[in-house]
Design a protein. Structure first.
Length: 381
């Protein structure tokens, strides 16, 4: 890995981290690939007049910034540069001010734990020298080079995953030690600082839906160096996801509007209940089911239910004294309206009773004392 400070008028990476894979320029100078950079215009509080180059620059006057050292300078302007690694975090400081910091994970999976330290020649650019494009003559004036083992904060106990229901009180905690006597904490969620979370304990009182999900970690700083904890998660208990009432198969009339067609009752421990219904056919016999989840745990799947076309019921009757009993099968879903006429030539049918289908036979009584004769029918709706 290389750190470069390139301060001519043309660069877009005044401060940069470089590593593999390598590439070769037009004059066969092999260079590394950039993976993080910063412009000097963002560092004016550190170096007052960037660009810092004293020249010469090809096609441009000297930058005249500070520091502005040439290879012939008898009075160089000194800058204290520190490059450190704590765990997988690489930090570059100049004059004890953070320049770049890189979490050495994901695309760059192997931590830099050993290798050769080089000062001066490390790139394929013609920053100082004979102005031949691509010749690669970068350099640095250095003194008092030290390679030391630092003692960053040590995390003794990392935060542990939490499984708890919304509305309860819980917390994440860390136990750390430092050699400086200074111990500062900053909790993060998904790499972003949590405002005001600067203690060894991160409390959730009470735990809410917004707290679930993501990765929680804590940065421990001793005034000079920072150590990051392992990630911890906050999730609702999977056992809290329950389907209390399963959907029920039903029948319906062609062309009818079903609101709702099916229903399910579920509870979760997160405070969030998501539903997704599925069907296997747009027409004819339809099989339906739903997935229920709390937004974090594996979904539960309901029982499979059928939607069928309601069948016209056949009526049977029996007479006991002056009471006529009408019986017919029902299906869950439709409403069954029993109607009568004194004569088939009469205009409108008269409603006797309306019942919702239950899936079981239904018996409707009527008196024979009112009319000499009646005709009956069952209409579904």
């Amino acid at each position: 890995m290389f750190c470069s400070l390139e301060e001519d008028a043309f660069t877009t990476l005044n401060f940069a981290f470089w590593s593999g894979p390598t590439w070769t320029n037009t004059v066969n100078v092999i260079g590394p690939t950039n993976f993080m950079g910063r412009l000097s215009s963002t560092a004016r509080q550190i170096f007052k007049k960037p660009p810092f180059d004293a020249g010469p620059n090809t096609g441009a006057a000297a930058g005249g910034g500070v520091p502005a050292n040439t290879i012939l300078s008898s009075t160089p302007t000194w800058t204290e540069v520190e490059l450190s690694q704590v765990g997988n975090v690489l930090t570059w400081k100049m004059n004890n001010t953070l320049i770049l910091q890189y979490f050495n994970t994901n695309a760059f999976t192997a931590p830099y734990t050993n290798g050769t330290i080089m000062l001066g020649y490390n790139d394929p650019w013609d920053d100082i020298g004979n102005n031949t494009a691509g010749s690669g003559e970068a350099c640095v004036i250095y003194d008092n080079v030290r390679v030391v083992t630092i003692s960053p904060p040590t995390i003794i106990t990392h935060p542990s995953n939490i499984v708890a229901a919304a509305g309860t009180t819980t917390n994440l905690s860390v136990v750390a030690s430092t050699v400086t006597g200074v111990t500062n904490y900053q909790w993060l969620r998904n790499g972003t600082n949590i405002v005001g979370a600067t203690n060894a304990t991160l409390s959730f009182s009470p735990l809410a839906l917004a707290h679930f999900g993501g990765n929680y970690s804590v940065a421990v700083n001793d005034g000079a160096y920072t150590t990051w904890s392992a990630n911890a998660t906050v999730l609702p208990p999977a056992a809290g996801l329950v389907i209390n009432t399963q959907p029920t198969s039903r029948a319906a009339l062609v062309g009818s509007t079903l609101t709702p067609a099916f229903s399910v009752i579920a509870t979760t421990a997160s405070g969030r209940t998501n539903y997704q219904w599925f069907t296997n056919s747009p027409t004819g016999l339809i099989l339906n089911r739903t997935n229920v989840n709390d937004g974090f745990n594996t979904s539960l799947t309901s029982s499979v239910v059928n939607l069928t076309i309601a069948a016209q019921p056949a009526i049977t009757n029996s007479l006991s004294g002056s009471t006529l009993s009408l019986s017919f099968p029902t299906e869950i879903g439709p409403a069954y309206v029993v109607e009568w006429k004194g004569a088939l030539t009469n205009g409108a049918w008269n409603q006797l009773v309306t019942n919702t289908g239950t899936g079981s036979p239904l018996t409707v009584p009527d008196s024979t004392l009112t009319d000499a004769q009646r005709y009956y029918r069952v209409r579904m709706q």
